[in-house]
Design a protein around this ligand. Structure first.
Ligand code: PGA
Length: 250
């Protein structure tokens, strides 16, 4: 089954506005027109409008890093899916930094996923085990998928899963390509059981966690890994472009 891989660049809480604008124009120069991979740039929320402007008319797409589940209301500091939909087409949901640094619950992740889909945003649902959960990774992934997709009848084609072992994020301790492949294959099996084989086969599953130019090829060639979610290396236009090209060429 040929799946178009997706590479996400999650800038997290980095870049001043001038840096963001410069990075966006460098990415546009490097990556516009790239065939063989979808590229999603996820800047901090205040620069989403800049990103939408800078990337308009290109093949690069804009994503948000988080979303609130209510469409509007008295939720100081929060940003809703319908708001994001006017500047972005993607949103990361359930990133481990939201789950474990900000205490996002499984119910909230599920509500965010549903709100994103309702607003027409393509969610990247992030799942992955913590260091202390390595021995029961299958149970952790099963629970995150079950809870993440609660109330969702069919697997929408525009949902991407990011398998991101928490211990590999920002640490330089990337999962081995074999382990990452095994986990992504396991996720696909779980999706087939939860939904059906056809939609599981069609679903893009990324690997994330210390992806750099030096290791991306080893992930990209794995049969069940369909791109990457990149944090630190996405802040360097040349490095991120190399990663995207490696994915597109795999
Ligand atoms: P990293 O972050 O590439 O810096 O490890 C990955 C992520 O959080 O998605």
């Amino acid at each position: 089954m040929a799946r178009l891989p997706v590479v996400g660049g999650n800038w997290k809480m980095h870049t001043a506005r001038g840096e963001a604008v410069a990075l966006l124009s460098a990415l546009r120069r490097e990556l516009d027109g790239l065939a063989g991979a979808q590229v999603v740039i996820c800047p901090p929320a205040p620069w989403l409008g800049d990103a939408a402007d800078a990337l308009a008319g290109t093949t690069l797409e804009v994503g948000a890093q988080d979303v609130h589940w209510e469409p509007k209301g008295a939720f100081t500091g929060a940003v809703s899916a319908p708001m994001l939909a006017s500047v972005a087409s993607w949103v990361i949901v359930g990133h481990s930094e939201r789950r474990y640094l900000f205490g996002e619950t499984a119910e909230e992740t599920n509500a965010k996923l549903r709100a994103s889909l309702a607003a027409g945003l393509s969610p990247i649902l992030a799942v992955g085990e913590r260091q202390e959960e390595i021995g029961r990774v299958a149970d952790v992934l099963a629970a995150q998928l079950t809870e993440g997709f609660r109330g969702i009848e069919r697997l929408p084609a525009d949902v991407v899963i990011a398998y991101e072992p928490v211990w590999a994020i920002g640490t330089g301790l990337a999962a081995t390509p074999d382990d990452a492949q095994a986990r992504c294959a396991l996720i696909r099996t779980m999706l087939a059981e939860r939904f059906n084989t056809a939609s599981a086969d069609a679903c893009r599953i990324q690997y994330g966690g210390s992806v750099i130019t030096g290791n991306i090829e080893d992930y990209a060639k794995q049969p069940d890994i369909d791109g990457a979610l990149v944090g630190g290396a996405s802040l360097d236009a040349a490095a991120f472009a190399t990663i995207c090209r490696a994915v597109a060429a795999a």
